[in-house]
Design a protein around this ligand. Structure first.
Ligand code: NAD
Ligand code: MG
Length: 298
């Protein structure tokens, strides 16, 4: 959707009420193959210089919510490093191209954040390429449903917790060696932290962990002038949903349970990240912004 086409009166109609057909992709999936295509703000996000000169690392910045955040950050004036998994190269290159067309620098670094050593390498390469680092967006995540909780294997649990939690701790530890006052850390949590669905108990547990991590770390880092906050999306149309994030037959009604009655688009998440990254949110510390179409949470 282009900026001029957006309506400003009715949020329930601002984006289409999509009804995705049953579809599946092998993990980690591609935005390229989502049907319908998702909106990352390609045509509509307008920047106003709120992140001028900033240097950002975004995990999972190739697709979905991370891709929308990457586009928005670039249009707000930041240079951006995107981390992604090798099979997602095509998505990552597309977002890299959009960042560069804004006159900003895009650095694409593939690798698996479940590995301690790779997290160190990622931060070191990002700092090297950007000449510093002052925004870390811990956004990469893994979600895989199991109708029966007892089917979750040790390997499944390891993948979910390592991607969603361990990597967040490791990347934050590494980034903190180099971040100075004014830097910001933003973690992607989920409505699942408050309203766990029975078929993704392990994922919901990891997201509740992210909430605790965000609040506790925020209290520790405030005196260093570094703010830590989180964004908690509701149902958003991204590859995560079609790579065993949901049973395919459920996609048709995805987002119907929100007050707005529709799924969110990745672009609708981006302004919350921009706000938390920019100095405009200087008095916002240890907070979670819920962007969920109306699913009231504590
Ligand atoms: P997405 O599939 O577009 O993004 C997830 C990204 O995580 C992938 O692009 C991939 O690059 C990255 N990733 C996964 N495992 C990785 C690994 N081992 N190493 C490196 N990168 C890895 O889907 P999305 O929905 O945009 O997900 C982004 C974040 O939003 C996740 O943390 C997810 O839990 C969260 N979230 C999504 C929804 C939703 O409805 N889509 C709702 C709430 C929270
Ligand atoms: Mg992806």
């Amino acid at each position: 959707m282009s900026f001029d086409q957006l309506t400003f009166d009715d949020p329930s109609k601002r984006y289409a009420h999509i009804r995705p057909q049953a579809q599946e992709q092998p993990f980690p999936g591609l935005d390229r193959d989502l049907d319908p295509q998702a909106d990352h703000g390609e045509e509509s996000y307008r920047g106003t210089g709120r992140l001028e000169g900033r240097k950002a690392l975004i995990t999972g910045g190739d697709s979905g919510i991370g891709a929308a955040v990457a586009i928005a950050f670039a249009r707000e004036g930041a240079d951006v490093v995107i981390n992604y998994l090798e099979p997602e190269r095509e998505d990552a290159e597309r977002i890299g191209g959009l960042i560069e067309s804004e006159g900003r620098r895009a650095i694409l670094i593939a690798g698996d954040i479940r590995h301690r050593d790779f997290c160190r390498t990622l931060v070191a390469k990002a700092v090297d390429a950007l000449g510093g680092l002052d925004i870390l967006v811990n956004n990469a995540g893994h979600q895989e449903y199991h109708k029966d909780f007892t089917d979750i294997t040790e390997e499944d649990l390891d993948r979910t917790f390592k991607t969603n939690l361990y990597a967040m701790v490791w990347l934050t530890q590494d980034a903190l060696q180099l971040m100075g006052p004014g830097s910001t850390i933003i973690n992607t949590t989920s409505v699942q932290a408050y309203k766990p669905s029975p078929i993704i108990v392990d994922y919901a547990t990891s997201k509740a962990g992210i909430n605790g991590f965000t609040k506790g770390l925020a209290m520790q880092l405030a005196e260093k002038g570094i703010r830590v906050n989180a964004v908690a999306p509701g149902p958003v149309w991204t590859p995560l949903q079609v790579t065993e994030g949901q049973p395919p037959e459920k996609l048709d009604g995805f987002g119907d349970n929100t007050a707005l009655g529709r799924a969110g688009q990745p672009v609708e998440m981006a302004p919350a990240y921009v706000f938390l990254a920019s100095p405009e949110s200087s008095y916002v510390v240890g907070e979670t912004i819920n962007v969920n179409g109306g699913l009231p949470v504590p």
